[in-house]
Design a protein around this ligand. Structure first.
Ligand code: ATP
Ligand code: MG
Length: 333
């Protein structure tokens, strides 16, 4: 694992300190990383389009590949442009073309690499302007695009690229990485604390590492309570309590708990998304009940996203969940 133990005084954010430098250090997405390793061994990098959710290693993997392919020539032979750079059509015409024409001496079989990070924010016009450029300079220059939504990349560019998709990192893989970092940084933690971080991160490695660092520096110990305080998310145990009360038909009790969470200041979106994540993992609920609950939570999620994020909306959800669990005879009055 890259990175050394804590240096007093100045501390790098752990996401940067533990950013993998080599493809072999990448966690998760084994099949995709294998494809990148095959490219590294073969040396001939095709145009690449890497897509997937935030914080799962797209930028990192592209940089690892470029470092592995170009070694010392990296500085001269790689042009990186991300969303913070101007990437309008003028930049494509000038900067990218000039770089593609530039002469750089490289080991045989290697190519210059242009990394266009966060490519989904490039305007369609600028993407159109790349089409021919990619073809004309293909013998000397290869393009690597990284983006969250591959559908924002125009079809002609997609068809010129080998497309690699990154998925969420599994809970076990996240946990293993967090344990490694805890050991390297001498973090004191409980197993439940790390499980809470994995729960809050939802497969996003960057979020997991950031939450770990905030909890450790802010609280001095990684326990579930500290994690949920620092990450500012409703505590899953309270949410679980709401669901259990709904399941037993105790609508008043469930509404009381909902009031408690609401008065802590969480938005309805926080509450609805946590409800969904908790209900998925609740073993105490029978499968058919779980399915009904998820359907109702889904509807409320949609209404919340449409703008109706009131306590009344959430109370309505709780009432419907409680009603689902009651026998029909309960309504014969
Ligand atoms: N697969 C991984 N293995 C190890 N560390 C990872 C992995 N993915 C992400 N990280 C950690 O998260 C940080 C951010 O990763 P990266 O910049 O590659 O995310 P990204 O996929 O490009 O996200 P975005 O879509 O927001 O640009 C890295 O510095 C690294 O510490
Ligand atoms: Mg990125």
């Amino acid at each position: 694992m890259s990175g050394s133990s804590a240096t007093p005084g100045y501390q790098l954010p752990w996401v940067e300190k533990y950013r993998p430098r080599y493809l072999r250090d990448m966690v998760g997405n084994a099949a995709t990383v294998e494809r990148l390793k095959a490219i590294e061994e073969n040396g001939n990098c095709p145009h690449l389009l890497v897509s997937g959710l935030p914080g799962i290693g797209k930028t990192t993997s592209v940089h690892c590949l470029a470092h592995a392919l170009l070694g010392d020539a990296y500085k001269e032979a790689v042009l990186e442009l991300n969303a913070s750079d101007d990437r309008g059509i003028d930049v494509v015409r000038n900067k990218i073309k000039v770089f593609a024409q530039k002469k750089v001496s490289l080991p045989p079989g290697r190519h210059k690499i242009i990394i266009l990070d966060e490519a989904d924010s490039m305007t369609p016009g600028a993407q159109q302007a790349l089409r021919r450029t990619m073809e004309i300079y293909a013998s000397t220059t290869r393009f690597c695009f990284a983006c969250n939504q591959s559908n924002k990349i125009i079809e002609p560019i997609q068809s010129r690229c080998a497309i690699l998709r990154f998925g969420r990192i599994t809970d076990e893989e996240l946990l293993r990485r967090l344990v490694q970092i805890c050991e390297a940084e001498k973090v004191q933690y409980s197993d439940e604390g790390l499980a809470a971080i994995v729960f809050t991160a939802e497969g996003d490695m960057r979020q997991a590492i950031n939450n770990l660092q905030s909890t450790w520096t802010g609280m001095g110990y990684v326990s579930p309570d500290n994690v949920f305080k620092v990450c500012d998310q409703p505590h899953p145990l309270i949410i679980q309590e709401i669901l259990t009360r709904c399941h037993t038909g105790d609508v008043d009790g469930a509404l009381d708990k909902l009031d408690d969470v609401w008065s802590l200041g969480y938005s309805s979106l926080d509450i609805v998304t946590t409800l969904f994540r908790v209900v998925k993992t609740m073993d105490t609920l029978p499968e058919p009940v779980k399915l009904d609950f998820i359907r109702e939570i889904g509807w409320t999620h949609m209404r919340t996203l449409e703008g109706v994020g009131t306590l009344l909306q959430l109370s309505g959800l709780v009432a419907r969940l409680a009603k689902l669990s009651m026998p029909p005879s309960a309504f014969a009055w």
